[in-house]
Design a binder for this molecule. Structure first.
Ligand SMILES: Cc1cc2nc3c(=O)[nH]c(=O)nc-3n(C[C@H](O)[C@H](O)[C@H](O)COP(=O)(O)OP(=O)(O)OC[C@H]3O[C@@H](n4cnc5c(N)ncnc54)[C@H](O)[C@@H]3O)c2cc1C
Ligand SMILES: NC(=O)c1ccc[n+]([C@@H]2O[C@H](COP(=O)([O-])OP(=O)(O)OC[C@H]3O[C@@H](n4cnc5c(N)ncnc54)[C@H](O)[C@@H]3O)[C@@H](O)[C@H]2O)c1
Length: 494
């Protein structure tokens, strides 16, 4: 300590935010022998395991089991279904989240050699991070993975009400009788369908003229029809103007209509909070919506970003994909630094990380900048886990046309395929293909259906590897699968 100012502690890497992306980077670099400080102010693991992907998919698994049981009638006899939320809440509490306790994840990181610092981290100049009174100087650099929080619209009255975000919806132990869902995107639709299948009266209010508006219009139609068939009321094109809570019930007004329910779930998108990261100390504009990164995830020379804050798609698989690139980049730099220090004979004075760097060099540790390609989002897959699932990859038809591409489109309904016909009840869905006619390859596709997310994998490979249409048309599709509909859609391309 010099005149009350903390001396920075020298480490190899500081990772701020241990969500999906940050945790992966921090764990793998620590495992490789680097001296890594991971800073987390809430739960190690972030949104996905505690309030996102995993518990929501447990809910969906349960809700789909109910829906399948209700389909027994007419197919296989009769079935009576008595929904009960208790086992779902118990599974989320005990299996998914350890009652929102991250001890296991924290110990795993520390067990791999990482150092966990609890608190809010912010940049304090190039390569420096401050957490309360502690300051760390990162020899190789800083990785930011601070994710997003719910974006709550400035609707008159809303802030004063006890509305839910995804956190309360995931933690719920007793279901309400009725639920208003503001926002008909991925979270809104997935949770609306879960709750309606457990007997909650659900109303979705969406500002745009269709739900799931970032996907193909046909996907919006299939998803809306499926939710309506389950009993969800959907109102599109409604801008919420005012929200009130009278101590018991919510009232939402907008577009000349009024909606009431016991609970209000606000799922109108997510927002990165860059202002709190000290970006000004490295000469960056903190008023940006997302952190701009290059294809190695560099924000500046010694600062990387991963996950939702990069604005490249708010998905766990994007955060993990980006983490792989950052890990390779940092390990390559660490090896270079080690080689430079060895050559100049200074390795003995570089500090505590040298032992680690030595083991890096000796083990030829996993990943190097030379072997991991740069980030490429052309074949970005996403799946909305409604029933039917809406899987999509690459560009939609409209996005492709807006880019001036010579577009061909192929479409087929699953119900008209052999497997769809066999499946009967619950066979809603389709395959839609978007091709670049000049290049003769697929550049986008949607696979909606009972296994839409799984069928998608073939289409992701086709887009990612730019497999020529002539090859896709002349390969063998197993009979009678859902994915065989891809062959039919290929024949429809025009
Ligand atoms: C309900 C729901 C369902 C979802 N379902 C899916 C799905 O099925 N599939 C899918 O791919 N994606 C899904 N997602 C999205 C997925 O959860 C996110 O894309 C993913 O969690 C992003 O990871 P991340 O590492 O960027 O950030 P996060 O997971 O948001 O983690 C960021 C971490 O940083 C910490 N932090 C923030 N600021 C600081 C600071 N200054 N100092 C220290 N720590 C800080 C936070 O506490 C948090 O732990 C879902 C999201 C939600 C909300
Ligand atoms: N299965 C998955 O992979 C999955 C599941 C859930 C969430 N996620 C990720 O989480 C992110 C956030 O999900 P989300 O559903 O909150 O966001 P979203 O952006 O997907 O949808 C938000 C919806 O709210 C609407 N909206 C915005 N303001 C409104 C207003 N004032 N009134 C009415 N409607 C309004 C938007 O038009 C949009 O349709 C998604 O982008 C997605 O990447 C992924």
């Amino acid at each position: 300590m010099l005149f009350g100012v903390a001396e920075p502690e020298l480490v190899d890497v500081v990772v701020v935010g241990l969500g999906v992306g940050g945790e992966e980077v921090a764990e793998r670099l620590a495992e490789a022998g680097l001296n890594v400080v991971g800073v987390e102010r809430d739960l190690v693991g972030g949104e996905c395991p505690y309030w996102g992907c995993i518990p929501s998919k447990m809910m969906i698994r349960a809700a789909n089991a109910l829906a399948e049981a209700r389909r027994v009638d007419g197919l296989a006899g009769t079935a009576q279904v008595e929904p009960d939320w208790a086992p779902v809440a118990k599974r989320i509490r005990e299996e998914a989240t350890d009652t929102w306790d991250d001890t296991v994840a924290a110990e795993r990181f520390v067990g791999k050699g990482g150092r966990l610092v609890r608190g809010s981290g912010r940049l304090d100049g190039p390569r420096r991070v401050r957490v309360g009174d502690q300051v760390f100087e990162a020899r190789h650099g800083v990785v930011l993975g601070t994710g997003t929080r719910p974006s709550v619209p400035p609707i008159d009255g809303l802030a004063d009400t006890p509305y839910w975000t995804n956190h309360q919806a995931i933690e719920v132990e007793e279901l309400p009788e009725s639920l208003l869902v503001l926002g008909g995107g991925a979270i809104g639709l997935e949770l609306a369908q879960v709750f309606v299948r457990f007997g909650v009266r659900v109303t979705v209010v969406e500002a745009l003229d269709r739900v799931l508006a970032i996907e193909e219009p046909e996907a919006s139609e299939v998803a809306a029809a499926a939710l309506r068939a389950d009993g969800v009321e959907i109102h599109t094109g409604v801008r919420a103007e005012r929200v009130e809570h009278d101590g018991t019930r919510f009232t939402l007004r907008g577009g000349g209509a009024e909606f009431t329910a016991d609970r209000l779930l606000v799922v109108t998108g997510r927002k990165a909070h860059l202002a709190e990261l000290g970006l000004d100390t490295i000469g960056l504009d903190a008023s940006l919506r997302y952190l701009p990164v290059d294809d190695r995830l560099h924000v500046t020379d010694h600062v990387w970003a991963v996950g939702d804050i990069t604005g490249e798609g708010a998905f766990t698989h994007i955060a993990m994909y980006q983490a792989g690139i950052v890990i390779a980049d940092i390990l390559a730099r660490a090896r270079q630094a080690k080689a430079g220090a060895d050559a100049s004979g200074t390795s003995s004075v570089v500090g505590g990380a040298m032992g680690a760097s030595s083991s890096l060099a000796a083990s030829g540790s996993s990943g190097s900048a030379g072997t991991v390609p740069r980030a490429d989002y052309r074949a970005l897959p996403r799946v909305t886990f409604t029933d039917p699932e809406i899987g999509a990859v690459g560009l939609t038809e409209q996005q492709a046309r807006e880019r001036g591409i010579n577009v061909q489109v192929g479409f087929t309904k699953l119900a008209s395929s052999t497997r769809g016909w066999i499946h009967r009840v619950g066979d809603d869905g389709f395959i839609k293909l978007v091709a670049d006619a000049d290049q003769g390859v697929l550049i986008g596709a949607t696979s909606a259906g009972p296994a839409g997310g799984e069928v998608l994998s073939a289409l992701v490979v086709a887009v990612h590897a730019a497999v020529p249409l002539s090859q896709l048309r002349h390969m063998i599709y197993a009979y009678p699968t859902f994915h065989r509909a891809i062959e039919t859609a290929l024949r429809d391309l025009s």
